[in-house]
Design a protein around this ligand. Structure first.
Ligand SMILES: Cc1cc2nc3c(=O)[nH]c(=O)nc-3n(C[C@H](O)[C@H](O)[C@H](O)COP(=O)(O)OP(=O)(O)OC[C@H]3O[C@@H](n4cnc5c(N)ncnc54)[C@H](O)[C@@H]3O)c2cc1C
Length: 680
């Protein structure tokens, strides 16, 4: 048999964090090329009013491929792939996908499930185009998978010794993550070695496209977010248009290389999830002697499935129900589904883009389309929509910081240049008077500088189990463990608690989050951990969140803590006699926020006496609430942080002299004055 007259010419597109059909520069360009070959300059019929008209493909570019092979790879160093082994007797050639410092799984069950759903959704969307398109799922090291694909096609020959199909090019979307960049370099080298064209596309996942920044050199990125933001205001004017969603793509090649042994790829999404989850389920406690259990009656705040289809539904629900308008007022919530957008996981996996969110909000603000009748509809930018844009720019900023600082994002000393920064960047970080001293951390490995590693491991284990004895921290860590999500407010408190109160190496916390978060994003996670732990680019270093005061401010009825720490549900928090019967009793709340404060009688009545985390909390935070005529009582916070604290119960003490405020409160006050929306 000879090679057919038209030999397949294949384009391999490796999807990573761009797992969507809409607003995807690569799919868009491929569809333009395909359509050009069929009818000159035919526009995508699904182009929306907001879609950009320009092609990202040069005009003289002619289609040089007949088939498209989109491939999603679960990378073996990040995702445990032993569940894909074709038989129980096979062994994975890869080491377990565990983290460097804490030896935790790098991708836990919540995100693994979400990613699988996302890949499957894209597969179905591509198949749904009805033009023979689809998606192949693979596991392994990305460069090995690519090598296998290219070799397969090079080795498939007809009787005359000609290849049956040629791979013309390998395309990928570039990423800021150093690990992803290494992957990209390795794939490029293999492609070149095999004589195949390689192209890394620009990442168009930013809110403000990185081609539109007011500087060319990444070293000119300001070290302070506010400076960066101001250079881009008004933020509403900045994003580029979205790209049309293709309605036609080249078909899959007639022959597709199988998954390389010893693995095999499941044929349905349920089995795909099984393969990802089975190695993790073999270790359900994740090294915790008593892992948290789902409390009865409590529901996840993140009930969403992964994938572009679900992302678009969530975005549409947010718009239709007017939730973007109320965002600023609700974003510091901790309980429920709708206090914040819950779009982070979709953004992290590239199931949705920041500019899709922006343009959906613009339509709402201009009174076009969905959301009619909701507050803010047709009334221009509101505090809420501005607040969402502000946060989306934080995400851009964290990514750009990763580009600027590279591997220092993962270094124990962080991105601060401890010796020189305050002097070199006088305007940004501070001045010589504030030259910081390098932080020392408790660690879990032998030979660490301070503390007993065994004791540190014990504290870290209790922290992860939600048994520190500090209600807000325990609720947040249990929620994270059980659902893969916890609010921004909770994350700040947790990160501050681990790094400042416990003085534990912040990277352990970042890896814990990497393992569990559904929305894990390398730049947002490591950048925020650094920021809160005092080794990042927080201009007001030394801020420490007091989790008792934060509970008074953000969980004033104790509902969040009771939802996730069911042992404390019986703690009475209201006054039970007198004229104010039924009102919240702040003294009682103190016992909910730190159970060691409960009376012996109450502990016994609730079965809490003798519990280690109740009797021996990792930290005792002295915090007094206002009694009687509004007098203040001083308190001291003991434990890792060791800063003086002047607590006054609820509220932010408006009108008080700044000199009398605690560190954290000053920082919060300054931040909210500075930023309009309290990003931190
Ligand atoms: C210690 C710590 C770790 C974090 N790890 C991650 C992470 O791995 N992935 C992640 O996406 N976010 C992370 N964040 C930021 C933030 O907590 C989440 O983005 C947010 O809680 C997600 O919920 P949402 O989508 O409802 O956010 P919303 O409040 O609705 O915000 C809208 C979007 O803005 C972006 N955003 C909001 N706050 C931040 C921020 N502080 N930094 C960067 N982007 C932000 C997110 O993309 C978010 O989806 C972390 C924060 C802290 C303090």
């Amino acid at each position: 048999m000879t090679t057919p007259a038209v030999k397949p010419r294949i384009l391999v597109y490796l999807l990573r964090r761009d797992v969507r059909l809409s607003d995807n520069p690569v799919f868009h360009s491929i569809s333009l090329l395909t359509n050009k070959s069929n009818s000159e300059s035919r526009k995508s019929s699904s182009a929306g009013i907001r879609d950009r008209e320009d092609s990202v493909v040069p005009k003289n570019d002619t289609p040089c491929f007949t088939h498209l092979l989109p491939v999603y790879i679960f990378p073996a160093q990040q995702v445990e792939v032993s569940g894909f082994l074709s038989s129980p007797t096979e062994k994975s050639p890869y080491p377990p996908a565990r983290s460097r410092v804490a030896n935790l799984w790098r991708t836990g069950p919540h995100r693994a499930r979400f990613i699988a759903e996302g890949a499957w959704d894209l597969k179905q969307r591509l198949e749904g185009l009805g033009c023979g398109s689809g998606l192949e799922v693979r596991v392994g090291m990305v460069e090995e998978v690519v090598e296998h694909i290219l070799s397969y096609y090079a080795e498939q020959k007809d009787e005359e010794g000609n290849t049956k199909a040629d791979v013309e090019a390998v395309w990928i979307t570039s990423d800021e993550d150093p690990e992803a960049q290494q992957e990209e370099a390795a794939v490029k080298a293999i492609a070149h070695e095999k004589g195949v064209d390689f192209r890394a596309w620009n990442d168009e996942k930013y809110y403000v496209d990185d081609g539109d920044l007011p500087f060319n050199n990444i070293n000119d990125l300001p070290n302070v977010y506010t400076t960066f933001r101001k250079s881009l205001e008004p933020l509403r004017k900045r994003p580029r248009q979205t790209l049309p969603t293709p309605d036609r793509l080249p078909p899959l090649p007639p022959n597709i290389p199988p998954q390389k042994a010893p693995f095999e790829i499941p044929t349905c999404v349920l089995k795909l999830k099984d393969a990802l989850l089975s190695p993790l389920e073999a270790d359900p406690s994740c090294g915790l002697p008593s892992p948290p259990r789902m409390p009865e009656g409590t529901e996840t705040g993140h009930p969403f499935e992964g994938g572009e289809s679900s992302a678009l539904v969530r975005l549409s629900d947010l718009i239709t129900n007017g939730l973007m308008t109320s965002y600023k007022a609700t974003r510091n919530g901790m309980l429920g589904v709708d206090y914040s957008t819950k779009l982070s996981a979709y953004l992290a996996q590239g199931h949705l883009t920041a500019r899709q969110i922006h343009w959906a909000m613009v339509d709402f603000e201009e009174g076009n389309g969905a959301g009619k009748g909701q507050a803010g509809y047709g009334k221009g930018e509101s505090d809420g929509t501005a607040g969402v844009r502000f946060e989306l720019l934080w995400r851009d900023y964290m990514r750009l910081c990763l580009r600027k600082f590279g591997d220092r994002f993962f270094h124990i000393d962080g991105i601060r240049d401890w010796a020189n920064d305050p002097i070199n960047n006088k305007n940004d970080i501070g001045n010589e008077r504030h030259r910081p001293s390098r932080k020392c951390w408790r660690q879990i490995d032998k030979g660490c500088a301070i503390g007993d590693p065994a004791q540190t491991l014990d504290s870290f284990t209790r922290f992860r189990s939600g048994r520190t004895g500090v209600g807000l921290i325990d609720a947040a860590n249990r929620e994270l463990f059980l659902t893969g999500y916890t609010s921004n407010r909770a994350r700040q408190n947790v990160a501050s608690f681990l790094s400042s109160h416990l003085g534990i190496d912040w990277r352990l916390g970042a890896e814990w989050y990497e393992f569990l978060l559904i929305d894990y994003d390398v730049s947002s996670n490591w950048g925020n951990w650094q920021y809160v732990s005092g080794v990042g680019n927080d201009p007001r270093q030394g801020r420490i969140f007091n989790p008792v005061k934060q509970a008074f401010d953000y969980d004033p009825h104790g509902k969040y803590i009771k939802a996730w720490v069911p042992e404390l549900r019986g703690v009475r928090t209201t006054k039970h006699n007198g004229a104010k019967q039924g009102e919240m009793d702040q003294q009682r709340l103190l016992g909910l926020f730190q159970a060691w404060k409960l009376s012996l009688w109450e502990k016994q009545a609730l079965g809490l006496d003798g519990l280690d985390w109740v009797e021996h909390p990792l930290v005792q935070i002295q915090f007094s609430v206002n009694r009687g005529r509004g007098g203040e009582s001083d308190g001291k916070m003991r434990g890792g942080g060791g800063v003086g604290w002047r607590g006054r119960g609820r509220g932010r003490g408006r009108g008080r002299d700044m000199r009398r405020l605690g560190n954290e409160e000053k920082a919060e006050r300054l931040q909210s004055q500075d930023s309009g929306v309290n990003g931190f």
